[in-house]
Design a protein around this ligand. Structure first.
Ligand SMILES: NC(=O)C1=CN([C@@H]2O[C@H](COP(=O)(O)OP(=O)(O)OC[C@H]3O[C@@H](n4cnc5c(N)ncnc54)[C@H](OP(=O)(O)O)[C@@H]3O)[C@@H](O)[C@H]2O)[C@@H](O)CC1
Ligand SMILES: [K+]
Length: 495
């Protein structure tokens, strides 16, 4: 089993770079390795003899560009190099490697984009410190408008390495080659879309150095949670696989709970019960087979049901209604200290009332699964949580504040734990944006928690399996399909 993929922030990468230098690899050697890796990558796109334009910036990203230009010229490419800024203003390792470049250094304004078979974007990398304007902005605009294939060095210039946001304008790359580890911008939107396909080059900075950077950010791939995924043994009893309870809405709002319940059952929860308001029991009963049904009249009803200690995981929120009663049900669930997933109305009922949830979930495994709208409503009085540009930081702050794992949904779903770990999911598909998709996700997560997965691993595994199921189905996906696709995904994972 491979180790989980570490994602390094630009600051952590800089530290790793210094550690590598301290361990005996000169900085200029790291730059030469990086530049050679760029050249190797370019060679996969354009055959020898082709025309390559390198657009270099004033910092070390530009230095990587100089190395790549030198190596590609030696390999028989027709290479031209355009620099933003003056050659004699280059500093450090960039100034060193620029001396090896025997060709002309053109002004970026004179770059002949249209003649190039490939443009190498080495304008800015992790050192971007402000929005692009003037000549830099113009160069990116022309590069994007040229229609030529673009290979970005480290990250597409104009994308913020840490947050993935566009600083004024950004290069739209077909491919990006980065070094040692991916950075958050390669996974977060919109950076991911600007990066194209991503290659990670090993430039000799060892995993021990990378993992010592305090890095607690991961790509959400199975390596992160597969070891915790339950595999029932021959002697397993259904009660050992947990019992998930899903609270249902009223008579005309029962579908959401059924979707969540079905998902919990499919992901392996031994038993699943829908807790239904008395007036909705008839409707719900007509639609359930393996899933059990119990009458549940509001918070008091929930309290009574939870006297059964075998009910170990709970979903609250889908179609429950936005009102004080829902908040009271959350309070009952928190008091009962069961594994808990809160979504939809259970979150929106706390609009502007997040302070009631301060530290509330510290005592039992809890996952909150808001989309941006729910998140913004919940924390609207908490600018310290809403203001950070980084989606990872927003989720982390909400997790620290509430004591719950926070799964902030989107094309780049982020899962953040109060212990500081975070993961970015990237196997989603636009087809998942369909009614009931979120209800299914809650059920998957609760079903995994019922089987004793810790909250962070359950949220990461749930998000990944949910997305994988959606991607397998593709066009025409409706939420009813998702749970039925889970067994195939599990089979492949547990093989
Ligand atoms: N770490 C590693 O392990 C390794 C890192 N390597 C490489 O180093 C890269 C990081 O290099 P870096 O730190 O020099 O930053 P970089 O992105 O070149 O930009 C800084 C320059 O741009 C300027 N500038 C900034 N914003 C601007 C704007 N909006 N408009 C105009 N100018 C702007 C800024 O000027 P200043 O802000 O100082 O005025 C400064 O001159 C990294 O991405 C990777 O490619 C590899 O060589 C191998 C190992
Ligand atoms: K770049």
């Amino acid at each position: 089993m491979t180790a989980p993929e570490l994602i390094l922030t630009p600051t952590e990468m800089k530290k790793a770079d210094l550690e590598a230098v301290a361990s005996g690899i000169p900085g200029v050697e790291l730059m030469r390795r990086a530049g050679r890796a760029v050249a190797d990558s370019a060679e996969k796109i354009v055959s020898r003899g082709g025309t390559i334009l390198v657009v270099a910036g004033p910092g070390q990203n530009g230095g990587d560009g100089f190395v790549a230009a030198t190596v590609l010229a030696e390999r028989g490419y027709r290479v031209s190099l355009s620099l933003l800024g003056e050659p004699d203003r280059l500093t450090g390792d960039s100034a060193l490697v620029a001396r090896d470049w025997k060709g002309q250094v053109q002004r970026v304004e004179d770059a002949a984009f249209h003649e190039a078979d490939l443009v190498i974007d080495a304008l800015f990398g992790t050192g971007l410190s402000r929005d692009l304007d003037g000549a830099a902005r113009h160069a990116v605009d022309r590069m994007n408008g040229s229609g030529r294939p673009i290979l970005a060095v480290d990250l597409p210039s104009g994308i913020d390495g840490e947050t993935g946001t566009v600083r004024g304008i950004a290069v739209k790359a077909g491919r990006t080659i980065t070094f040692a580890a991916r950075k958050p911008c390669h996974l977060l939107m919109p950076g991911r879309a600007f990066s194209g396909s991503i290659e990670v080059a090993d430039i000799g900075i060892g995993r021990e150095i990378l993992s010592a950077m305090g890095g607690r950010l991961f790509g959400n791939d199975p390596a992160l949670w597969l070891p915790t995924l339950p595999k029932p043994g021959l002697s397993s009893h259904k009660y050992e696989r947990g019992h998930t309870l899903v609270a249902s809405g009223g008579a005309t709002r029962t579908g959401a709970a059924r979707l969540a319940a079905r998902a919990a059952l499919r992901i392996g929860s031994g038993l699943v019960t829908v807790a239904s308001p008395p007036e909705a029991i008839g409707v719900t009963a007509a639609h359930l087979t393996a899933i059990m049904l119990k009458g549940c009249d509001g918070p008091e009803g929930l309290h009574a049901i939870l006297q059964d200690p075998r009910l170990n995981a709970l979903v609250l929120g889908p179609a429950l209604g936005v009102h004080a009663n829902t908040r009271a049900m959350v309070a009952v669930a928190v008091h009962a200290r069961r594994s808990l997933v809160l979504d939809a109305d259970a979150l929106t009922s706390f609009e502007g009332l997040a302070s009631e949830l301060h530290g509330a979930f510290r005592h039992a495994p809890t996952v909150l699964t808001p989309h941006d709208g729910e998140f913004n409503r919940m924390f609207k009085d908490h600018p310290d949580i809403l203001d950070p540009e980084s989606k990872i930081e927003r989720a982390r702050r909400a997790a620290t504040y509430t004591g719950a794992v926070v799964l902030l949904k989107g094309a780049d779903t982020v899962v953040a734990s109060p212990d500081g770990r975070a993961a970015i999911n990237e196997n989603g598909t636009p087809y998942l944006a369909t009614a009931g998709s979120g209800d299914t996700l809650c059920g998957l997560i609760a079903g995994l928690m019922a089987q004793n997965l810790p909250a962070f691993e359950a949220a990461c595994a749930g998000a990944w399996i949910h997305a994988e199921a959606g991607a397998r189905f593709g066009p025409g996906l409706i939420s009813e399909d998702l749970a039925e696709l889970v067994p195939g995904v599990l089979r492949d994972l547990l093989r």
